[in-house]
Design a protein around this ligand. Structure first.
Ligand SMILES: [Zn+2]
Length: 421
């Protein structure tokens, strides 16, 4: 950090209109065709003190500013394992196989090294909160949890780290489930699992019931990998909705992936969206891993690859975040916990327009909402002085990744600028 935290400081910048809330005395400002508004932002003691629109006769700002960002779905326990456990066929099945082999050799020390590296990159590149799923159940589970709970405490003032117990669904009916739930309650963790098209029948219903009862009893939120598939449209979400009619819960439930929902006919998807809203479900779309793994065949380039139908779900009122998922592990060889790279990679896949409110929300306010963060990411008086400033004057400058970037944390600039690659 590079300056006295008590010092008042300011920056003139272009701010997306949808992330700006001005006080009533300010006139409604003009914005560019890309929805960017020229504003002077002033902060003191780590808090935004004043935001005022710049007059037309003032010189235009040279930075675009976003709030520090959020990645609602990552896997810190297996990040950077690609080198030792590559998945050269690029299939879902081979990824799982390599993941299970890697899990056998986990140690607390190894997960600490990976997690520390990941959080350092996340922090420096502008993330303020991260939700990580952790492989739970199996030989590497205990060491993974020991490491990530330690990292959660070590990083608490810089990056909020939420931890999800990603366990096979039958785990939640086992004798160990109760002690895991107690452990989760202590670290404000979440219950997780995988619901894929192979999982049908009464045993799965029983596991879901046990998971929901446990979540409700301990007040734990739920985040499931669900319908990460290119067939059996929405089978998992429908199963979950049925389970919720039998075992209704008060806690928030996140559906991660929800890819096969895109295969539903439009009217059926709309009906499903309405049911999801009534059940208070929210969605995390993971377009990069979906585009990499789904519909893969060895000898063809697929014409379509399902991913969460973001726009249709938004139209039904479902909150949808876009997140990064895997980084350099058997499930995906690329990624690096960079929220702006994620946005740049996701827009051609999702066709979201970041200069529209609903195009930007999945990367900003909706991601904060999914995680239940105290700050929604809107820049207003009294909000944290937590900013990502990119040199430039347009969305293109933000998305091309070639402009220098600075990150402001609690009113202090981090000393490095990005990119440094
Ligand atoms: Zn995942």
């Amino acid at each position: 950090m590079s300056q006295n935290p008590n010092r008042s400081d300011f920056l003139q910048a272009w701010i997306p209109r949808g992330l700006l809330e001005l006080q009533a005395q300010h006139r409604v400002p003009a914005c560019t065709l890309e929805g960017l508004t020229p504003v002077q932002i002033q902060w003191c003691e780590g808090v935004l003190e004043d935001l005022r629109p710049l007059d037309a006769d003032q010189s235009p700002p040279e930075h675009v500013v976003l709030p520090r960002l959020v990645d609602a779905h990552v896997h810190l326990d297996k990040a950077f394992t690609w080198q030792d456990h590559p998945n050269l066929l690029g299939t879902y099945e081979e990824a799982l196989k390599a993941n299970l082999v890697e899990h056998q050799s986990r140690s607390t020390e190894l997960v600490l090294i990976r997690g520390e590296r990941a959080l350092q990159q996340a922090f420096m590149q502008g993330l303020r909160a991260v939700r990580s799923h952790i492989d739970s159940g199996g030989p590497g589970a205990a060491s993974s949890w020991d490491a990530l709970e330690l990292l959660q405490r070590r990083w608490q003032d810089r990056v909020e780290l939420q931890l999800v117990a990603l366990a096979p669904l039958p785990f939640w009916t086992s004798a160990e489930a109760e002690s895991m739930a107690r452990r989760l309650a202590k670290c404000r963790g979440l219950l997780g699992g995988v619901l894929d098209p192979s999982m049908v029948g009464p045993a799965v219903d029983q596991s879901l019931k046990a998971l929901l009862e446990l979540a409700d009893r301990h007040g734990l939120a739920v985040d499931l990998h669900i319908d990460e598939a290119d067939h059996a449209p929405a089978q998992g979400v429908k199963q979950l909705l049925r389970a919720l009619t039998i075992t209704p819960v008060e806690v928030p439930i996140t559906c991660s992936h929800a890819s096969s929902l895109a295969l539903l006919p439009q009217a059926a998807l709309q009906r499903l969206g309405e049911r999801m809203i009534r059940a208070n479900l929210q969605v995390v779309a993971l377009p990069l891993t979906n585009a990499w793994l789904l519909e893969r065949r060895s000898d063809i380039t697929p014409l379509q690859r399902p991913q969460a139908p973001i726009r249709q779900l938004q139209r039904s009122g479902v909150r949808v975040a876009v997140a990064g998922d895997n980084v350099a592990d058997p499930w995906f060889p690329a990624g690096d916990f960079d929220p702006l790279s994620l946005m740049a990679a996701a827009i051609p896949l999702t066709q979201l327009l970041p200069w529209q409110r609903l195009g930007l929300a999945p990367f900003t306010t909706a991601a904060a909402g999914v995680l239940g963060l105290s700050w929604d990411g809107v820049l207003r008086r009294g909000a944290p002085a937590d900013l990502v400033a990119v040199k430039g004057t347009s969305w293109s400058d933000v998305l091309r990744g070639s402009s220098s970037r600075r990150v402001l944390v609690q009113g202090q600039w981090l000393s490095s600028t990005f990119p440094t690659k």
